[in-house]
Design a protein around this ligand. Structure first.
Ligand code: SF4
Length: 400
């Protein structure tokens, strides 16, 4: 694929994975992570020694029992628990943020999902990290932090379009086992900066390709549903067909940046409530020409790569309006409580701290005011860390 994609000018590299390939340097790294904080260094250093390097044997998407991959339940929460300063209340769905008479947050009201009973907790600082749109819902249901009128506005997803097909060159490959580490794919970073800058593309932001395929447990990427190639076969012929085609399928998933717009927003639904009687969100969505043209470009380029590989496509490229996935489908929802420099036009400052409620922070994707083509998780985590550091600084200064 790398060789054939190069013929149409598209670079291909292995994807980077947040997985340990060797034990962490527990003597050096804690000091860099928590400078001057001996207790935190000791806790994180001890925890690092409990994480092993990947042995490439289990599907990462189901969770890594040896803690080689990065996930909050096995990597971030255990050392936080070891501080003795963390209580986790599960099955607790926050309904509203409580407001004191001085305008600060007092705590939250949550519903126990199992019993339906409401509880209250008080807090010096409240941090919302419920996932972008759920945090928006909590803010709107609480009637707080919205003097700008921007809560719910500028919601974004990743632009998604792609094409898949079958590559005769990959048929009847020797048997080998690719079970184990999953979600691996090759990657094409955005490569048309110059053409874009010269105004030749008709859309303003970049995208990347994720290539899927291989010979893992059969799924969408490995090739199920062979009828379009075989015409439908049974018995011995079906087994031969399955062996022939297994692992010869490739998917090209284009993932691009969306530009926020006034027509994509969420608001409280005036009628619909969830089973606890809490109003749900109602969504409004519109892709602009920037996104639909980008989606058309994704499909056209994927088709060119497929062609260069001598492949057969499952379906022909479509118009951008038809090719683009619905908003929300790529599940990179961000925005809705954007950060900014001005309290009139944003919900939080650059630390995720609400302009209207100083002791209320938002540390999920709601504060993102753009959505680069890369998956947003690492940006969210970096901003959350930055917000936490600022929170500590303000707490030490007794401002919170
Ligand atoms: S392949 Fe297995 S051991 Fe390696 S990171 Fe994934 S889940 Fe963990």
């Amino acid at each position: 694929m790398k060789q054939r994609a190069a013929k149409v000018g598209v670079p291909v590299i292995p994807m980077h994975r947040a997985v340990l390939t060797k034990p962490l340097d527990h003597l050096r790294l804690p000091k860099l992570l928590h400078p001057g904080n001996k207790k935190a260094q000791a806790i994180i250093g001890a925890d690092m020694q409990k994480r092993a390097a990947c042995f490439w044997a289990t599907p990462c998407g189901r969770g890594c029992s040896i803690r080689a991959n990065d996930q909050s339940t096995t990597v971030h929460l255990p050392p936080a628990m070891d501080t003795g300063n963390l209580d986790i209340v599960t099955d607790a769905m926050v309904r509203t943020v409580l407001k004191k008479t001085d305008g600060r947050a007092e705590g939250v009201v949550y519903v126990d999902r199992k019993t339906g009973i409401e509880h209250r907790v008080k807090a010096r600082v409240v941090v919302l990290a419920a996932s972008a749109l759920e945090s928006v819902r909590i803010l709107l249901n609480s009637g707080v932090a919205n003097s700008s009128g921007k809560v719910g506005k500028y919601i974004m997803d990743t632009v998604g379009a792609g094409i898949g097909g079958q590559i005769p060159l990959l048929e009847n490959m020797p048997l080998h086992n690719e079970d184990g580490a999953d979600f691996g794919h090759m990657y094409s970073p955005w490569w048309l900066y110059k053409e874009q800058l010269a105004g030749k593309l008709g859309f303003a932001r970049g995208y990347h390709f994720e290539f899927g395929g291989g010979r893992r447990m059969p799924d969408m990427g490995t090739g199920t549903g062979l009828e379009w190639l075989t015409g439908g076969s049974y018995g011995k012929k079906f087994k031969e067909d399955a062996r022939r085609y297994y692992g010869s399928f490739v998917n090209f998933s284009g993932r691009g940046e969306m530009i926020p717009n006034d027509d994509s927003f969420a608001e409280l639904d005036p009628k619909v409530k969830d089973k606890f009687g809490i109003p749900v969100l109602r969504f409004h969505w519109k892709w602009s020409d920037h996104e639909t043209r980008q989606a058309a470009h994704m499909q056209k380029t994927a088709a060119e790569i497929m062609d260069a590989m001598g492949g057969r496509m499952g379906s022909a490229p479509q118009s951008g309006e038809k090719a683009i996935k619905q908003g929300g489908v790529i599940i990179h929802e961000v925005g809705g409580a954007i950060m900014g420099n001005d309290a009139k036009t944003s919900v939080t400052n650059s630390f995720g701290q609400c302009w209207d409620m100083k002791n209320l922070f938002i540390t999920d994707g709601a504060t993102l005011c753009s959505n680069a083509d890369k998956n947003p998780t690492l940006t969210i985590m970096a901003l959350a860390w930055r917000a936490s550091d600022e929170m500590l600084r303000q707490m030490k200064r007794k401002e919170l």
